[in-house]
Design a protein around this ligand. Structure first.
Ligand code: F6R
Length: 589
């Protein structure tokens, strides 16, 4: 995944692009670059994080009121300056930034090689500039040549292109996110709204195969499937730049954890009609699948326990990447609920595509409106969580849980009761995210920061929390963390418990007796027991008080461990917002 941004207008482009890039850095951060146009094309690019590159090259000091920029997460070609975007054609006249993967890149490159094109990088992106060059040489204008190049691409792309001889910015998307911003003094295009949000709240969500041509004369959008001009409406977004900035917090991760006091409430502020429609779809379905990846999958799993308990309903929960194995169970009466923060996860999009091919109805639960998933689903419910910038999913997870819980209540005819209970949780979340709690968890993090392994156990809903908690700890602190259902650890893995091995135990009043006896088994082998529980217990070496919240326990109990994961990363000298090897949305299979 990479981040792209472009601007054409009255202001100097480079400072706008630089600030935008910093907001897109969560999408990739191994190299970055900017191209601007005044009397000629100017390009600066380098390997490293944007601030480091800026200290070296002064990225804001390039002239021109038209430009494009890119922050990269390498897919084709290593992390080198040459592979950093923007990429240009043979003569350095056409500059391109791209997010996505061109699948027929080798084939296209071979044919361009045979027409003597000189490639500088190992990237798939560079072929785009050469394809445009090639077509322009045949007499086509820049716009037509770009459309012709796009038509020959297989795979996914969000691209922005500029040309040294014209004040035009061309943006196009197929399968990768791209949103336009309509400002008073110009136009933006970017992978994500926060990149230009300080300049405009008016956005146009591009559809697949849309090509936007922005110039000083205005904006025109064509769809290249039928080459017709299309009218895409301008939406005004409701959240503001403060939600996309760190504010008083040192990291987005901590900010987003703290925001849960509001976001859980926002998740249940839904149009009742939308919830009623989904409830009807659930009631009428023959076979229901909840699908997602990573944290979104964990939310699906927790929801299946909630639906089993409250609604006595069996839900099939499947990892999006494993969904192809279930194809033969799908019929036009099957309901698929696809869950994704970004709405761009390739495994989820593929699963949805295959479900639709079999005639299933697909409803999605998504945070990023205008994402591919919102467009490919029959309908969607918004998480309303605002931008989640940290690579780790935190607030989007509790919003997913809140929404699923609301649906479960609505199915029993208790929508108002469910909404009231979830809204009231703010009180508990406020305590759990307070400075007092953060300090207490920091004490625990100090004790655990040098450990290489830890285990987590829970039963029922608490098992699903253990899975999500383990994922959080692993991905940000790089400590190996493994979750088990309470009764399972003793079936083998207990052999790994030795003196001081930490084990986090999630307790609810409902299963207190059984899980405490599992904790005792671990403690008697030397384990260090951390209880996340409504009540203290003598088996706990460290107790984190999480008030009993019944079906809402998953929302309440994950929060202290999100904080623990954060503190562990900070104490281990790691950057919680940008864990190694990870990107915010995984747009490859
Ligand atoms: C975990 C995390 C990932 C995502 C997963 C799915 O903190 O961020 O596991 O949950 O890649 O992403 P979405 O929800 O965008 O489909």
């Amino acid at each position: 995944m990479c981040g792209i941004i472009g601007y054409i207008g009255k202001q100097e482009a480079a400072p706008l692009l630089f600030n935008g890039l910093k907001r897109l850095e969560y999408r990739g951060y191994d190299s970055a670059g900017i191209a601007t146009l005044d009397s000629g094309l100017h390009i600066k690019k380098e390997v490293g994080r944007i601030d480091d590159i800026h200290s070296k090259l002064n990225l804001t000091d390039i002239p021109g009121t038209l430009g494009i920029a890119h922050t990269r997460w390498a897919t084709h070609g290593g992390v080198t300056k040459t592979n950093a975007h923007p990429h240009v054609d043979c003569n350095g006249n056409i500059a391109v930034v791209h997010n996505g993967i061109i699948e027929n890149y080798q084939e296209l490159r071979n044919s361009l090689d045979s027409s003597n094109h000189q490639f500088k990088s190992e990237t798939d992106t560079e072929i785009i500039s050469h394809l445009i060059e090639d077509t322009m040489k045949k007499g086509y204008n820049f716009e037509d040549a770009t459309i012709s190049a796009l038509k020959s691409l297989e795979g996914s792309y969000a691209v922005m292109v500029m040309n040294k001889d014209e004040r035009k910015l061309i943006a196009a998307r197929k399968g990768s996110p791209l949103v336009l911003g309509v400002a008073n003094d110009g136009y933006f295009g970017a992978s994500d709204i926060p990149a230009f949000l300080e300049h405009t709240k008016d956005v146009v969500y591009m559809h697949d195969f849309d090509v936007a041509v922005m110039s000083d004369e205005g904006l025109k959008i064509l769809n290249i499937l039928d080459n017709k001009q299309v009218d895409r409406k301008i939406d005004t977004i409701e959240w503001d730049i403060a939600q996309a900035e760190k504010g008083e917090f040192q990291h987005f991760m901590l900010k987003e954890i703290s925001e849960q006091v509001d976001t859980v409430q926002m998740a249940v502020q839904q149009d009742k009609k939308i919830i009623d429609d989904v409830v009807n779809d659930i009631k009428n379905a023959h076979g229901i699948f909840f699908i997602g990846s990573g944290t979104s999958y964990n939310a699906c799993l927790a929801a299946s326990y909630i639906f089993s308990k409250i609604n006595k309903m069996h839900i099939n929960v499947v990892l999006a990447s494993e969904f192809p194995n279930y194809g033969h169970f799908l019929t036009p009466k099957t309901l698929v609920i696809a869950v994704s923060q970004s709405g761009e996860t390739a495994d989820v999009l593929d699963a949805v595509k295959s479900a639709k091919e079999r005639g299933c109805k697909v409803i999605s639960i998504v945070n990023v409106i205008g994402s591919s998933l919102t467009r490919t689903s029959d309908s969607f419910i918004s998480l309303n969580a605002g931008p989640e910038i940290c690579v780790l999913a935190t607030k989007s997870y509790t919003s997913q849980l809140a929404l699923f819980t609301l649906l479960s209540y609505a199915l029993t005819g208790s929508y108002d009761e469910g909404k009231a209970k979830l809204t009231y949780l703010w009180n508990v979340i406020y305590q759990l995210t307070s400075a007092t709690m953060r300090n207490k968890i920091k004490e625990l993090a100090e004790k655990l920061k040098g450990k290489n392994n830890l285990f987590l156990i829970g039963r029922g809903l608490q098992y699903t929390t253990a899975l999500e908690a383990a994922l959080k700890i692993k991905e940000v602190s790089y400590i190996h963390a493994e979750a088990f259902a309470g009764g399972e650890l003793k079936h083998g893995t207990i052999a790994l418990i030795e003196k001081g091995t930490p084990c986090i135990v999630f307790v609810s009043s409902e299963n207190e007796k059984q899980i405490i006896s599992n904790a005792i088994e671990i403690k008697s082998r030397g384990g260090y027991i951390i209880g996340v529980s409504p009540r203290n217990n003598e088996v706990f070496d460290f107790w984190i008080k999480a008030p009993e919240a019944n079906s809402e326990n998953p929302i309440v109990q994950i929060i202290p461990i999100q904080i623990l994961a954060y503190q562990l990363a900070v104490l281990r000298g790691l950057d919680p917002d940008r864990p190694r090897n990870l990107a915010k949305s995984v747009t490859v299979n």
